[in-house]
Design a protein around this ligand. Structure first.
Ligand code: NAP
Length: 291
């Protein structure tokens, strides 16, 4: 069997078209979704992520505000910026690009973001709501992964999903979302004794390790859907995932490439959450207009 390769770029483009239509329809009702992105310092990776986020907003028709601050900003000054954004009526989503300089507590900053504007889905209240199945902004990478699996036409319910990795931004939340979709979920990590024994049981295998080429064809059940979240730069400069793509594509039914798989979906889901936030925050207007 040769797997279908899931084209993350094409999928992201399709979803962005749908979001653009939603943003246009909101604009016709006098509502313009708005995202504030706060960038502290000059980390080149952060610069490039932020650029992608601002560009994504332009493409979809979301108002965006980029707030750049020098790495010498104090924690209190940054918290004050977040508090002001919490109050701004034209801002529906606030994203503080991580990592922050060492003298600033990331959790203090994230905790200050108003829950109703936490479009990254990182505040403890949002994470808790997601866990108990209440209304919440879903963290962008896990949200993108679920969307990706669904759009292959794969039914998640009743499947055995194995997630490798238990980080707060990928492994744990994606496992929770798969559980909510009624998969039977196993979470593996660096202390799992026989990884292959676990992964060979997976109908859906989500790999979020952050080490190149850990998962090969011996780890994969024929016909499995394999989602490779890892992004690793080899000494040659080449970007690769955690999965040996060329081998595993010969046994899987669907597989994501790296680059061009999960990555493009992450920013797209941030845009989706911002539009969702604008809809929620303006629901009295929207419902009033419907009625
Ligand atoms: P992380 O915080 O470093 O977590 C890695 C997880 O992998 C940990 O739970 C660790 O176990 C586990 N692990 C490490 N080595 C292992 C091994 N040999 N066997 C089994 N499990 C192992 O990383 P992360 O933030 O979740 O990110 C994972 C990867 O996804 C990275 O490459 C990152 O760049 C990428 N990523 C991509 C996107 C995107 O949009 N494409 C978004 C986010 C992250 P322990 O808990 O026991 O240490």
């Amino acid at each position: 069997m040769t797997a279908h390769i899931i084209d993350g770029k094409a999928l992201a483009a399709t979803i962005r078209k749908e979001l653009k239509q939603e943003a246009e329809s909101l604009k016709q009702q006098g509502i313009e979704p708005g995202l504030a992105v706060v960038l502290v310092g000059e980390d080149p990776a952060s610069e490039s992520y932020v650029k992608g986020k601002v560009k994504g907003c332009e493409e979809v028709g979301i108002y965006s505000e980029l707030i750049r601050k020098d790495a010498s900003i104090t924690q209190e000054e940054l918290l004050q910026i977040v508090r002001e954004l919490n109050q701004k009526p034209n801002i529906d989503g606030i994203l503080v690009q991580l990592p922050l300089p060492k003298h600033i507590s990331e959790s203090a900053v994230i905790d200050t973001i108003a829950v109703e504007k936490d479009v990254d889905g990182f505040t403890p209240v949002n994470v808790g709501n997601m866990l108990i199945g209440e209304d919440a902004f879903l963290p962008c990478t896990p949200h993108g992964i679920i969307e990706m699996i669904k759009r292959t036409g794969t039914q998640i319910e009743g499947k055995h999903a194995v997630v490798i990795g238990r980080s707060n931004i990928v492994g744990k939340p994606v496992a929770m979302l798969l559980l909510q979709e009624n998969a039977t979920v196993t979470i593996c990590h660096s202390r799992t004794p026989d990884l292959a024994e676990m992964t060979r049981q997976a109908d859906i295998l989500v790999v979020a390790i952050g080490k190149p080429h850990v998962i090969n064809k011996e780890h994969v059940k024929p016909g499995a859907v394999v989602i490779d979240v890892g992004v690793n730069r080899l000494p040659t400069g080449k970007l690769v995932g955690d999965v040996v793509f060329d081998e595993v594509k010969e046994v899987a039914s669907y597989i994501t490439p790296v680059p061009g798989g999960v990555g493009p979906l992450t920013i797209t889901m941030l845009l989706a959450n911002t539009i969702e936030s604008a809809k929620k925050r303006n629901s009295p207007i929207l419902n009033g207009m419907k009625g």
